[in-house]
Design a protein around this ligand. Structure first.
Ligand code: ATP
Ligand code: PRP
Ligand code: NIO
Length: 479
């Protein structure tokens, strides 16, 4: 989509028009992006998609053609349409870095902007952050169980569209996969494009040996052969070894790898390793693929599979086990004559009740740089790590814990001020390195796949008091 200004929900425009008609176009509002639950009952999510959001905000404008299209709807005032004609995002934006490990209820992006700006950007912000954070989170789970083995993203053909393929590959790379089959993602942002061969290549020859031989002739120093087209153990692997022996070895090359894409991957990889080793091919790598995900990879390794590399497609690129990341974007304050007026949305449960106000996010680390807890504070609060700090559960407030000897780090950074970019956007490699560090800072108990330890996300005393005050006010007790 070349110009995505109209990629928004229709109600954003109807509300914006109404704000405009009330003369509220300069009224400042605060919105938070946060989520309530980690997919797959996981212990953490990996934040991604910020670069695309920043690019969008920098370039957002309405063309004459789009204005004319809106005019035809005959529900928007001429004044509002003229306002859109000159529209540029004028707000401020704070966000955690891409690759940051994040937890439910935390403000991951905070927007302070004229209320019309806040309103118009909702859909793009949500779809971009929800999609990439979903895939990054899924990829982190997959990479975590591979125990240092390579994970390659093979999903382009199964992705839900072109953007999903490319930005999915990007998010997966931030979260630790080693490469992608998607050449565009290499061209566009330097994610190493890698791959083996398809069954069609093998089938296009009279026999498998001939296919392998011709491939080896084309790529003698990078011969990776798909060995499961006919019979993995009786034909595929023997033919691969034969090509090595008869063609590659005499020319000083070694068979680089094989890929197995069907059958019992644990059993076949163990037998393949034995056969390759017996032929002196101890360095030849074994890649497997076939509807893999974190559960199957964990299971294969438990079965003693001899695998060096996992190709993971459909279940990663679509986050098949739980394909929705429920990040939301909620108003948390308005400004009136420079004063911040916090806003709350009440709900049946405390978890769904929004946390009001202009806020900041802190992470407390112990001396070994392991994350102890996150604390959401009011924006101008400082957590002084030279003094003991009391953490308390925002729901069960009697559960308290004093922490001492800790390091406090602010997780939100200001990326945009009054519409202008403030910080240099990290490279993909920097975001990936950041993600690695972030995941290392989490305890294994928080990272584990199943029934992870709930990580503490607390409110500061001042923020808790503010929230409580608003809950009481709006639930009728003080009105
Ligand atoms: N040892 C194993 N333990 C657990 N799951 C496995 C094991 N080996 C393979 N699998 C998984 O089982 C599924 C098998 O898929 P499927 O039923 O399509 O069989 P297939 O081997 O691909 O057959 P086909 O030759 O018809 O493609 C895949 O998701 C694969 O990753
Ligand atoms: O199973 P996934 O996790 O999505 O991994 C990608 C799959 O895509 C390919 O199959 P496909 O049948 O599309 O093509 P092929 O002829 O190359 O095997 C590949 O062989 C994998 O099985
Ligand atoms: O390179 C591969 O082996 C590959 C690429 C895309 C999909 N499946 C496999």
């Amino acid at each position: 989509m070349q110009n995505s200004a109209l990629l928004m929900d229709f109600y954003a425009l109807t509300m914006a028009n109404s704000y405009f008609e009330q003369g509220r176009q300069d009224e400042i509002a605060y919105f938070d992006y946060f989520f309530r639950r980690v997919p797959d009952e996981g212990g953490y999510a990996v934040f991604a998609g910020l670069e695309q959001l920043l690019d969008y905000l920098e370039n957002l404008h309405f063309s004459e053609q789009e204005i004319a299209f809106l005019q035809q709807k005959q529900i928007f005032s001429e004044g509002f349409l003229d306002y859109l004609r000159h529209f540029r995002f004028r707000g401020d934006l704070w966000a955690v870095k891409e690759g940051t490990a994040v937890f439910p209820a935390e403000p991951l992006v905070v927007i302070r902007a004229p209320i019309i700006d806040c309103t118009l950007i909702e859909a793009f912000l949500l779809l971009t952050l929800n999609h990439q954070t979903l895939i990054a989170t899924k990829a982190a789970r997959i990479v975590s169980v591979a125990q240092g083995r390579n994970v390659l993203e093979f999903g382009a053909r199964r992705a839900h569209g072109v953007d999903a393929a490319h930005f999915g590959a990007r998010a997966a790379y931030i979260a630790g996969v080693d490469g992608t089959s998607n050449v565009y993602s290499d061209f566009a942002c330097g994610i190493p494009a890698l791959g083996t061969m398809a069954h069609a290549y093998v089938q296009s020859f009279d026999n498998e040996y001939e296919a392998f031989l011709q491939y080896a002739k084309t790529y003698p120093d990078n011969t990776v052969l798909l060995v499961d087209t006919y019979d993995t153990l009786h034909q595929g692997i023997p033919n691969a070894i034969r090509v090595h022996r008869e063609y590659l070895a005499p020319r000083g090359y070694k068979l680089k790898g094989i890929r197995i894409d069907s059958g019992d991957l644990a059993y076949l990889s163990i037998r393949a390793r034995e056969m390759l080793d017996a032929a002196g091919l101890t360095e030849t790598k074994i890649t497997v693929s076939n509807s893999l995900d974190e559960y199957l990879i964990k299971d294969l390794l438990l079965q003693g599979a001899k695998i060096d590399s996992f190709g993971v497609g459909e279940r990663l690129i679509t986050a098949k086990s739980e394909p929705v990341f429920g990040g939301v974007y909620k108003i948390v304050a308005l400004e009136n004559a420079g004063r911040i007026i916090p806003k709350i949305k009440l709900s049946e449960t405390l978890q769904k009740t929004t946390t009001p106000g202009f806020k900041n996010l802190w992470r407390l680390y112990d001396k070994n740089h392991k994350a102890i807890a996150d604390v959401i504070t009011l924006h101008d609060e400082i957590i002084d790590s030279t003094k003991p700090y009391m953490l308390f559960d925002p729901e069960y407030t009697w559960k308290t814990k004093w922490v001492t000897d800790f390091v406090a780090e602010q997780k939100l950074q200001q990326w945009i001020s009054q519409g202008e970019k403030q910080l240099t956007i990290p490279t993909l490699e920097e975001s990936r390195a950041h993600c690695r560090q972030e995941l290392q800072s989490l305890w294994n108990e928080v990272r584990r796949l199943e029934k992870p330890h709930g990580y503490y996300v607390d409110l500061s005393q001042d923020l808790w008091t503010l929230k409580q005050h608003l809950i009481e006010r709006h639930s009728g007790k003080k009105e």
